[in-house]
Ligand binder design. Structure first.
Ligand code: G3P
Ligand code: CA
Length: 386
């Protein structure tokens, strides 16, 4: 019996229908909902334990095909059949939560082309990193709404620049309303995966993220243990704070082994990610979280040539503590793939993403964040069949 079968009883059966995604099966609405949430380890109560496994999470939407964190990127991920659609949250000056990967919006909006905001350009230190650009916390929501989103990596994703300027920065409240609307239309809840970005930094500015986030979750009925939403943060303290405010499931994100969560740095906690992925660290995280989101390299490290080596024991060790694993981030382009899965010499061309996904799924991970959810869904279906 494989590690995956041992640790995920009942999940393989669930895969046969559900992992294909509603789009791949030609199913929508209640038919798809019936396939999900029945008979899985979660007992059909509709919580995260009833999600198809491997769960495919549209990373910043379907950001491989549309500028990230736009309604267009979220809609495409959902239409492709992604099981969950991800949002990263940062605040505005007037305390609204907006969907951006970072507070520095220089690279993902047209702010530099707005002369009226030229004087807002600033140099700051965010989590110990000096940055120069334009920052959400220096703009009111009304001001941010005058900007348009654009592709972050136009050199790699030239096709996505077609959509530059098409969408504005969405607020999280708008995304909740979109998810509620789409959920009603489809007859099945739209799952969201919501990350608090730089929570200690923003709290120091009087812009704590967790309280307004919890208020929005309550207002939209996503504050319960079985709500269709997972919270996530690189700062364990943010998850612990949210655990006191809402019962929504929580995942601790883990960066490189030598790094330390920024709240640990601020609090003088000497533990690194390498400490957190040891059994004692996993046990500690399991006391306030339901899962972890490690880098793919923490699951299968790469060698000096960029090729995959042997899987670590992280999947087994985390499952022993009852934690699910949703590693990040799968992308189809050669520049992001392990070396043995690259095809040709163009870094922007797609390589053998299916081969790489299979290697990761073989480790027994519960899901994956993907910029290309259509590819990850097909790979998950292949994996379920074989
Ligand atoms: O949240 C999972 C993954 O998105 C973490 O990395 O930097 O893309 O937010 P990042
Ligand atoms: Ca994220």
């Amino acid at each position: 019996m494989t590690e995956r079968e041992r640790t995920s009883p009942g999940r393989r059966a669930l895969l046969g229908a559900a992992v294909l995604g509603t789009a791949a099966l030609g199913m929508t609405g209640k038919a798809a909902a019936t396939e999900r949430g029945t008979g899985g380890p979660g007992g059909g109560r509709g919580g995260y334990r009833d999600l198809p496994v491997p769960t495919v999470i549209g990373h910043r939407g379907a950001s491989g095909y549309r500028p990230e964190h736009t309604i267009g990127a979220y809609q495409l991920a959902l239409d492709m059949g992604a099981h969950i659609v991800e949002q990263d949250l940062v605040p505005t000056k007037d305390g609204h939560l907006v969907c951006r990967h970072e507070n520095d919006i220089t690279g993902t909006t047209d702010v530099a082309e707005h002369p009226e905001f030229a004087s807002r350009r600033a140099t700051k230190e965010v989590d110990g990193v000096p940055l120069t650009g334009w920052f959400t916390e220096d703009f009111t929501l009304a001001e941010l709404k005058t900007l348009r989103a654009k592709e972050r990596i136009p050199g790699t994703r030239q096709e996505n620049t077609l959509y530059d300027g098409r969408w504005e920065i969405p607020t999280f409240e708008e995304v909740l309303r979109w998810a509620d609307r789409e959920g009603r239309r489809r007859g099945a809840p739209v799952w969201l995966y919501v990350e608090t970005k730089h929570p200690t930094y923003f709290r120091s500015l009087g812009l704590g993220l967790e309280e307004p986030l919890a208020r929005l979750l309550r207002r939209h009925g996503r504050h319960r243990e079985n709500s269709p939403l997972i919270l996530q943060s690189f700062e364990p303290g943010s998850m612990r704070r949210l655990a006191k405010l809402v019962a929504t499931p929580r995942v601790v994100l883990l960066s490189g082994a030598a790094t330390r969560p920024w709240d640990f740095v601020e609090a003088g906690d000497p533990r690194t990610v390498a400490d957190l992925v040891r059994p004692e660290g996993l046990k500690w995280m399991a006391s306030f979280a339901q899962g972890i989101g490690p880098t793919l390299d923490l699951v299968i490290p790469r060698d000096a040539a960029g090729q995959l080596t042997t899987a670590t024991t992280l999947v087994r060790d985390a499952h022993r503590q009852g934690l699910i694993l949703h590693p990040y981030t799968q992308r189809n382009e050669n520049s992001f793939l392990p070396a043995e899965f690259r095809r040709g010499t163009d870094p922007a061309a797609f390589g053998d993403a299916f081969g790489a996904l299979r290697a990761y799924f073989e480790t027994g991970i519960d899901g994956v964040f993907s910029d290309h959810p259509d590819t990850a869904l097909l790979a998950a279906a292949d994996f379920a069949r074989n």
